[in-house]
Design a protein around this ligand. Sequence first.
Ligand SMILES: NC(=O)c1ccc[n+]([C@@H]2O[C@H](COP(=O)([O-])OP(=O)(O)OC[C@H]3O[C@@H](n4cnc5c(N)ncnc54)[C@H](O)[C@@H]3O)[C@@H](O)[C@H]2O)c1
Length: 463
Amino acid sequence: MPVPGPGYSITVRLEAPPSASAAGDLTSAVGHAGGVITAFDVVESHGDRVVIDLTCNALSANHAKDITDTLETLPGIVVRKVSDRTFLVHLGGKIEVTSKVPLRNRDDLSRAYTPGVARVCQAIAENPEDARRLTIKRNTVAVVTDGSAVLGLGNIGPAAALPVMEGKAALFKKFAGVDAWPICLDTQDTEEIIRTVQILAPVYGGINLEDIAAPRCFEIEARLREMLDIPVFHDDQHGTAIVVVAALRNALRVVEKDIKDCKIVVCGAGAAGSAIIRLLLQQTPGDVIAVDVEGIVHRDRENMDVNLKSIAERTNKKNVKGRLHDALVGADVFIGVSAPNLFGAEQVATMNSDAIVFALANPDPEIDPMEAQKHAAVVATGRSDFPNQINNVLAFPGVFRGLLDAHARTITDAMLLAAANAIADVVTPDQLNASFIVPSVFDATVAGAVAEAVRKEAAAAKV
Ligand SMILES: NC(=O)c1ccc[n+]([C@@H]2O[C@H](COP(=O)([O-])OP(=O)(O)OC[C@H]3O[C@@H](n4cnc5c(N)ncnc54)[C@H](O)[C@@H]3O)[C@@H](O)[C@H]2O)c1
């Protein structure tokens, strides 16, 4: 059951009588309306009234309105203003550029800007590699989207995607000190996107593609990887794959199974599913069965695109056919990156003993995690209100930190796997259990561990 959370948090500024009972009346009213009070501040006090900022979490925008309406009906209460705290956080945007150098006088100016800067420009013109040493390229990543597959919201366009990209940039900085900048493109044409990223690439040390719909995202990433001398990483694909593989490694430790003996069902063969399958196959699992909206992916299926054909070639050893429920029978692992509510506890019961279920469709998973728990030994979701949250934040900051530090020109599957292993290893044997297979997103050691693993792998591969 959903609970009121900070995503729908409001601050209600109201006037109340200066009586002893006013505070109790207000808090009871919010409680009865189903809200959760998180702060109660008296901001003004007068002989005849007090002004209070009442902050509470709600379930939805409508629920927040219901709470405010309830407060307004209390005797003597005047609601002055209601602020949506989520919108307040976004006012004017969430990131900014600041100067790293002092600009106090002519001396500073002459070195940071003209005339001194000209010599630095000439040095880079003579040796372009110096751009990685002498400019922001050293530490800057472009977060590029066309706004075509934003969160669970779909194709909402580039301007509406910007709050997500700003948030991503803020996370890059917070967790790994990477300067990331949002680039929201007003085109959804594959060729235009590729060309645009190509011509803006000189400024950046890496390209993070974000929320670009499949199958376009596959071609864009592959072609940019070929043409650019900086790493290109589609987070919805590889960030997800890294964290899923990390979580699976630890889940298998919990149930004491070897991936080489496991039948793994991956439901969803889009952006996330394809990349998960690719990384899983690096570890030679017993078998992988891919399932999409048309059912099990097999070699005799008709009308498959390039991506599905490639998956069909590399998975499903016995070339089995059927639907998701058929695939689940005897499976050790289910990984869902597809659609909500596809199966129930009775299908989990048909899986192998000590089943592992990762139901990651957002916001509603493929199976209610409480149902999955009835028969599965380990359950993970993409949700923050349930244990074992599969969250890309565990991967992308450290991955780019490592790539930038290594001056990497590309990114390889070996680096993705190294990142996955590093995340898994942050969970110590003492901490590991069915409810703790991945570290917290706020574990400050994760990004450093991932960065170090990626940097080492890049140095070893000399890429
Ligand atoms: N960290 C996370 O938790 C995380 C990360 C990435 C994606 N996701 C979630 O995974 C889902 C897929 O994301 P994506 O970017 O890969 O999307 P996508 O559109 O690229 O791919 C969706 C895939 O799901 C399949 N599918 C749709 N309905 C289905 C059904 N009824 N039965 C079986 N397969 C079905 C489609 O055929 C397609 O292969 C989304 O809900 C997304 O939010 C979660």
